[in-house]
Design a protein. Sequence first.
Length: 271
Amino acid sequence: KSAGKSTWRLYRREADQSRSVIARLSWKDRILDALKHDGFELHFQGIYHAADKSLAHLEALVRMKDAQSPGEIIMPGQFIPHAETTGKIIEIDRWVLHQVVDLLSLRQEIPSIAINISGRSFDEPGLPEYISRLLASRQVEPRRLLVELTETAAVSDMRDAQRFIDALRATGCTVCLDDFGTGFSSFAYLKQLKADVLKIDGLFIRDLPVNHDSEVFVRGMVAMARDMGKITIAEFVENEEIFNMLLEIGIDQVQGYYLDRPSREHPSLMR
Ligand code: C2E
Ligand code: MG
Ligand code: MG
Ligand code: MG
């Protein structure tokens, strides 16, 4: 059809096999296009102190505008895997970084905002320095920027991850291990990587009331983190029952639909 009317092609098996490559190229093109033409937007979700439900900070979560259907957005679960395989995630993360640092610079009353950085960046030794200079140029105190790193990516190269985290902490930013507990060796990992904050994966939180193993795990994590002087956050806090269990367990901070949903215009950003 694409060759025009009244033409035909022989079916070739290779054409079918290269389809996954074509699919990846088209995602890459969509991502490149979005990077060029303001095709991303940020939503913000609150992280709250468990003790009194007051706001601790915000997490910036990226979405892609759907170029094919205006007004619709594409969730990160769909495009981030493609951004990672094509290497474009580095540029997306930098776009988010710039947006958030500009916002922090403009709005000095906002306490702090977390961004997500893909483990693909660990072999980019210049990134911590880049962040540091950006913060200085916008007169934003480094402690107002939190950087969440995903564990699965970190585990794949422990030494790169460690070097990256050390350099990042040296700039004064707060470093958080995101989705903690989903890797295969989270305890060994915790001992080696010196992060400030542990965000326990939602997998262990959402079924807390009905899964005893999850409860044992979360209790263990929180107790150990406390002994190590780290802050703990639980994500996917969806209802009051989960919230109350976490409060009893002694979690520091909570994030989830029970408290608020990610939105473009988070109440705490409105003046
Ligand atoms: P994450 O960093 O673990 O973010 C938490 C995800 O859980 C968000 O999904 C959030 O909307 C969702 N969530 C929050 N509370 C609840 C709840 O109570 N129940 C349920 N079921 N879900 C909840 P989202 O926004 O779709 O983001 C998915 C993932 O995409 C993020 O997981 C993060 O790994 C990645 N991501 C998002 N923005 C960026 C970015 O700028 N850069 C990179 N590298 N990754 C990003
Ligand atoms: Mg995160
Ligand atoms: Mg997370
Ligand atoms: Mg998660």
